[in-house]
Design a protein around this ligand. Structure first.
Ligand code: AMP
Length: 292
């Protein structure tokens, strides 16, 4: 690890922009890791990659109210700023940007950013307006930080696909890097929300990854994709007390239902437990020679 004893916590947009001002950068590159905090090894993998690839590493922690719907877990979202600061410094972050809601949204802005068809599936269908809020905060963060590259996890594969389209279609300067999902020993995807599982649910939750992996295996053995969703769904239903929100196979990253031209397919799952909802996914190649 590249512990950074001099990591600076920055709370104001003006201060961060001043620090990252192009004149002060003097040609140094900036890698950016946006998060909602309550950091775990998934976030730290993103920061580690940014550290290896850039002169300056900026991480943001902002639980963005614009991406939570009514009745979702905005208030209950886990937060621990002090622990986050220690972990971010240990991962080599230079500037930890922790703005307040008022700092990020000082005006009652009525402008909306509407993602396209990629947001109609999966979490976009279950959480109306969620990706509008994600794009809104990211456009602001990209403008504030002006990173050369930004790092996102494949755990949120739909979010990543939408962000890639957003950046391409609007000529945003940042490049987007995909980072593999970091998992617990039993295969469960690391997530800030995992702490909200009961002990029993935590044990069951590893079945989601196992179900996705068995779906991938069946697909590679020749089972048609139309059957794979059923195989994965019943494996989750049989091994967890959670309720399936969706289990769906789509072309990736287009998220089209028609995968005839796709090189890759995603099977994505969302499962609701008593007080939290978990997502996970697995990517499969449609090209036999590229399968692993
Ligand atoms: P969040 O704080 O949950 O909004 O996540 C911030 C970033 O970390 C997003 O790009 C996520 O996709 C990424 N991330 C979250 N969990 C993981 C994980 N288990 N492995 C890799 N990246 C992750």
């Amino acid at each position: 690890m590249n512990a950074n004893a001099t990591m600076q916590i920055v709370r104001s947009v003006a201060e961060l922009q001043n620090i990252l001002n192009p004149r002060q950068r003097e040609g140094r590159t900036v890698g950016f890791v946006p998060t909602m905090g309550f950091l775990h090894e998934g976030h730290l993998a993103l920061a580690g990659q940014a550290r290896r690839e850039h002169d300056v590493v900026v991480m943001s922690i902002f639980v963005n109210p614009a991406q939570f719907g009514p009745g979702e877990d905005y208030e209950a979202y886990p937060r621990d700023e002090q622990r986050d600061a220690e972990l971010a410094a240990a991962a080599g972050v230079d500037y930890l940007f922790i703005p307040s809601v008022e700092e990020m949204y000082p005006h009652d802005s009525s402008i909306r950013i509407l993602p396209g068809t990629q947001a109609e599936q999966l979490c976009g269908a279950s959480r109306p307006g969620h990706f509008d809020g994600v794009l809104k905060v990211l456009l602001k963060l990209f403008n504030i930080v002006d990173p050369d590259e930004s790092y996102f996890g494949m755990k949120d594969a739909q979010q990543l696909a939408i962000i890639e389209t957003f950046v391409r279609d609007f000529n945003l300067r940042t490049a987007i890097n995909r980072v593999e999902t970091v998992r617990e020993e039993d295969g469960m995807a690391k997530s800030s929300r995992n702490v909200r599982l009961t002990e029993q649910e935590r044990k069951e939750a590893s079945a989601i990854n196992r179900a996705l992996a068995s779906g991938k295996k069946s697909y590679y053995e020749g089972v048609p994709l139309s059957e794979i969703e059923k195989i994965v769904s019943s494996a989750i239903e049989n091994h967890t007390s959670g309720t399936i929100d969706y289990v769906k196979a789509l072309a990736y990253p287009s998220l089209d239902e028609d995968f005839s031209d796709a090189d890759e397919v995603i099977i994505a799952a969302a499962v609701k437990f008593s007080s939290t909802r978990l997502i996970d996914n697995i990517i499969m190649s449609t090209i036999k020679d590229e399968r692993k």
